[in-house]
Design a protein around this ligand. Structure first.
Ligand SMILES: Cc1cc2nc3c(=O)[nH]c(=O)nc-3n(C[C@H](O)[C@H](O)[C@H](O)COP(=O)(O)OP(=O)(O)OC[C@H]3O[C@@H](n4cnc5c(N)ncnc54)[C@H](O)[C@@H]3O)c2cc1C
Length: 412
């Protein structure tokens, strides 16, 4: 049997897991991972860069060290995909594939809102988190606005964590009464897909920290000189320091290759992650995954964009492709279970987990705050950034045992 070539586009969370699993499950075949960056940065730790608890070198590793030696890495920009010819072009070399996994993530579109580029900080990129850390260290103003500038965005918990951690670090230097923190978002409620009960719990978590929550705020423009936020149909708001979750846009390659649906993201079958094109899969932030529930135009009905989903989807795709290559019927399916640790400052975190494919709507719970969830997040960070070998396996065993003790889903 001829060895197959599997090309994975994008070596972030999902692409890296897919490539590693494919090389493990389909030995003897060629797995090629195409990624523009030589360094992999662990995005959940951008928040700890902002707080000064991590330095950039501590949360980055060469991609090569995190990927099995049998995976060929091509460090290049993907420039085109021809689905009929099964051909990928990059600015380094061209590749022909038997199977294609599209894991290109989402792009940050700071240019989509007038004034955002000049006026705003963000912890959604590594450089942004470093600059924000310095701005917070020198901040002597009063009001901080944390603004979700568009939907969808990755990691529904991150803006909440950002606001709570900013409260925590500024609170180490200044009394609470001297600082106003407001969280503005177009959503009707925090983590609205997860239901009213969970949203109410999160609103009270924010209220306990004197963070005002402003739902239904669609940002239309920022005036950096007047330090003013303009919203569609709502009064404008002033700020001294602006922190945004920039609008996200789908990679243009999805549209150019014919993989994009109406939303611009790549629609996939939610269980198999297959696109409409034979042997072509998409996952993670780049994919549009429809989930059950009551349609809400403010929230949509798509699986949130988060690393935990990209990770699980990548494992399923690898198992399906490996089965297909072996001549067996692929049976692995993705079940939509996800979780997230919500960092609240002071070394404690909450833990939200649940089934996003549950009928008639997602079934997601929030566990009470605790130090153990924060430690779990630290352990996960360490595991993620550890190269393959005995140490990684031991850390994995410890995490599985911890998850069993706490009665939560397997975190790996
Ligand atoms: C501050 C922050 C906190 C977060 N916290 C959490 C959390 O606690 N839990 C959680 O589950 N998720 C979290 N996330 C979200 C998580 O990081 C993303 O959802 C996840 O990385 C998505 O994985 P992906 O593989 O789809 O995309 P990515 O990991 O973004 O990977 C896409 C890759 O494709 C590459 N690429 C794109 N276009 C090209 C091209 N043309 N040529 C070559 N390479 C290309 C990019 O360089 C990138 O490496 C957080 C995100 C942020 C920003």
């Amino acid at each position: 049997m001829r060895a197959k070539t599997i090309v994975v586009l994008g070596g972030g969370v999902g692409g890296m897991v897919a490539a590693n699993e494919l090389s493990r499950l389909a030995p003897g075949n060629r797995v090629v991972l195409v990624e523009r960056n030589e360094q992999h940065a662990f995005a959940p730790s951008f928040l700890w860069i902002m707080t000064g608890d991590r330095r950039p070198a501590q949360i980055q590793r060469p991609l090569r060290s995190l990927v099995r030696p049998s995976v060929d890495i091509v460090h290049a920009e993907v420039t085109g995909v021809d689905l009929d010819a099964r051909h990928v072009t990059t600015d380094a070399e061209a590749l022909t594939y038997d199977y294609l996994v599209v894991a290109l993530g989402a792009e940050l579109a700071t240019d989509a809102i007038p004034g955002l580029d000049e006026g705003a900080h963000t912890f959604y990129s590594l450089d942004g988190a470093v600059a924000l850390r310095d701005a917070l260290a020198n901040f002597d103003g009063r009001s901080v606005a944390v603004v979700v500038a568009g939907l969808p965005y990755k990691c529904p918990g991150a803006p909440l964590e950002g606001a709570m951690l900013i409260r925590d670090i500024l609170g180490r230097r200044r009394s609470r009464e001297n600082i106003d923190i407001g969280l503005y978002t177009p959503e009707p409620a925090p983590m609205a897909l997860a239901g009213v009960e969970l949203s109410d719990m999160v609103v009270s978590m924010l209220a306990q920290r004197d963070i005002s929550y402003h739902p239904g705020c669609h940002l239309t423009a920022v005036d950096p000189d007047a330090r003013e936020l303009q919203f569609d149909g709502k009064p404008s708001a002033q700020y001294d320091l602006l922190v945004t979750i920039p609008p996200h846009r789908p990679p243009g390659l999805l549209r150019d290759s014919g993989l994009a649906g109406d939303s611009g993201w790549a629609p996939v079958d939610r269980e198999t992650l297959e696109t409409d094109h034979e042997n072509v899969y998409a996952l993670g932030d780049a994919a549009a995954v429809a989930i059950p529930g009551r349609w809400n135009p403010e929230v949509g009905l798509s699986l949130p964009k988060a690393g935990v989903f990209a990770h699980g989807q990548a494992e399923v795709i690898a198992r399906r492709i490996a089965a297909d290559i072996a001549g067996a019927r692929p049976t692995a399916t993705y079940g939509g279970v996800g979780y997230c640790m919500l960092e609240a400052g002071g070394g404690v975190a909450g833990f939200a987990h649940g089934d996003f494919y549950a009928e008639p709507s997602p079934d997601v719970r929030l566990r009470p705050m605790g130090r153990h969830w924060h430690l779990g997040k630290e352990l996960f960070e360490r595991w993620w950034l550890t190269p393959f070998g005995i140490r990684k396996s031991l850390l994995g065993l410890a995490m599985r045992a911890g998850a069993r003790t706490l009665g939560v889903p397997d975190l790996l």
